[in-house]
Design a protein around this ligand. Sequence first.
Ligand SMILES: Nc1ncnc2c1ncn2[C@@H]1O[C@H](COP(=O)(O)OP(=O)(O)OP(=O)(O)O)[C@@H](O)[C@H]1O
Ligand SMILES: [Mg+2]
Length: 468
Amino acid sequence: MKQGDMFAQIGSIIASLMFIWAIFQQFFPYQLRNQIEKYSQKLVTFIYPYIQITFHEFTGERLMRSEAYSSIENYLSTKASTQAKRLKGDIAKNNQALVLSMDDHEEVGDEFNGVKLWWASGKNISKPNSFSLHHNIDEKRYYKLTFHKHNRDVILGTYLNYVLKEGKAIKVKNRQRKLYTNSGSYWSHVVFEHPSTFETLAMDFEKKKMIIDDLITFSKAGEFYARIGRAWKRGYLLYGPPGTGKSTMIAAMANLLGYDLYDLELTAVKDNTELRKLLIETSSKSIIVIEDIDCSLDLTGQRRKKKEKRELEDEEKDSREKKGGIMEERDGKTSNVTLSGLLNFIDGLWSACGGERLIVFTTNYVEKLDPALVRKGRMDKHIELSYCGFEAFKMLAKNYLNIESHNLFGTICELLKEVEITPADVAEHLMPKTASGDAEIYLKSLIQALELAKEEARVKSVEDSKKL
Ligand SMILES: Nc1ncnc2c1ncn2[C@@H]1O[C@H](COP(=O)(O)OP(=O)(O)OP(=O)(O)O)[C@@H](O)[C@H]1O
Ligand SMILES: [Mg+2]
């Protein structure tokens, strides 16, 4: 017999007892009734040793969808897909994936720390209101949890919290993430669908592992931050030449943690007040990115002197040309946002709004940054992304050409020791140009480029030594 049928039978026995009790009430004096009531309660508890908790889909006067109900629904989706015979499938709002849940009047079992319990889904149907213009039948869904009374402490103390937490985590994992950009003091967003992951990111293996571990530890450290009384935030400074994968890594971070991305364009922010508004509006579980911090922020708190600015712009232009237009043009605007304003908000403001946030700065020129910004504590981790080494090359060859070894790898390994080339440039050479392209063609094109760069470097060093 199904657990649900058994509960139904016990329920009908109780209903019969209550009916008999109602008849007794008519004929027996008050004192006797009181005694009978006391013992009948004991009898009910004795023959029905289970406790039931009902979670309704809609709660409150305004009938809001209950958060507990949707967390339970998500939590049970994994159980339902393996246990229930009748399932419902839907793509929920803000979700990317198909979400399966158990159909009405289904039942699934669960086990927690050795305690067995049962979840049943049900619905009450009430008659349509005759005065209502909409003659929809009113269906009120609920989940009912049943467990033995001996396990009351475990269920109420830990299990229910566990279910709610797991349910929320499933929701976060499935939800569609967003990429926010600011125009002035407003955020607008598009769906974030960058394919970059840490698996496809070409860099030193050990370094990559260290970053992944750091990110995962951070994302699980909510209770730790609460205990030590600090805002749950972490700052990363990514630096390195253009085309070494800084932006690619940020997308991989967002994909790893399932966070939203806020790409904060500081030159479009008028002043600190606007900055404050934008930062307050960012949600938890997000990465706030400020790219090319050295170009977009007045680092000293005063406007950069004109001459310095022009020099910097020339350098930027130079580097952009080297990159072959990977970086989009800035519009040359400066803003009144100050470094101290930015740092104060990061340090102070978020402590008040709580929530899990990463802030990532990128720069091509780490040596130009104000020491106040780069000192430890402000930016928790400094990560250098550098020119392509052999390990990174092998990763790119696997991603782009689907090969793990080749007899030309030895030559490339030797050349990479002598030539500075960015992963972006290597990727450009390895990008298949025809559907049936042979890997050797692309490897040879890379070798040619490396030999050319090596020769250019040799000529340059001869010229430099002559000047001296
Ligand atoms: N480490 C890497 N692993 C895989 N692909 C990379 C890597 N570095 C660069 N690329 C490729 O090169 C392109 C440019 O890289 P990306 O935009 O991440 O560089 P960046 O360091 O942010 O440069 P910039 O300083 O100009 O912003 C990417 O689209 C990616 O395809
Ligand atoms: Mg970039």
